[in-house]
Write a protein that binds this ligand. Structure first.
Ligand code: THU
Length: 160
């Protein structure tokens, strides 16, 4: 038996103004997308903005459904759209933000497990990491240099 230690370096910014200029702009677009969320059931609004290598920004928000599992998270709404519209363009970074209609979301809100898996697929596809910046409704922003820092031991096509 041997032990394996898994660790990751994340960066924590005190607020949006500390972010690099381009990421500030991306986060602003994520906030705008968040406000377009369709979330009548959870009242939890999530926005995602994705910067592509071709300079385009693709945004998305969570889209809920009366049949709850039929809804989709903001991250996957955005990344599937990016993959569908610009299949040849690499994804450089994404900004995420969440707020609730019912309480303050002050802690940075990371992508859920299914979204991490979906983002990981695109890192494999483009053979390049995706920077992920996530925030609550405002305040601290956490940066992961790659989704693999948030999802170690990912399941990818090498196992198929
Ligand atoms: N949600 C996201 O959009 N992204 C996540 O990573 C976590 C959860 C959405 C799904 C649902 O509409 C609401 O937040 C509550 O779970």
């Amino acid at each position: 038996m041997k032990k394996i230690t898994i660790s990751a370096d994340l960066e924590v910014y005190n607020d949006e103004t500390e972010l690099p200029q381009d990421v500030q702009g991306l986060m602003t677009q994520a906030v705008e997308a968040r406000e377009k969320s369709y979330s009548p059931y959870s009242q939890f609004r999530v926005g995602a903005a994705i910067l592509l290598e071709n300079g385009e920004v693709v945004t998305g928000s969570n889209q809920e459904n009366a049949s709850y599992p039929a809804g989709l998270c903001a991250e996957r709404t955005a990344i599937f759209y990016a993959g569908a519209k610009y299949p040849e363009s690499k994804i450089l970074k994404m900004a995420l933000t969440a707020r609730s209609e019912n309480h303050k979301v002050e802690v940075p809100t990371p992508p859920c497990g299914s979204c991490r898996q979906a983002i990981a697929e695109y890192e494999v596809k483009q053979d390049q990491p995706i920077g992920v910046f996530f925030m609550g409704e405002k305040g601290k922003v956490v940066k992961a240099n790659s989704i693999s820092d948030l999802l170690p031991l990912i399941f990818d096509n090498s196992y198929l």
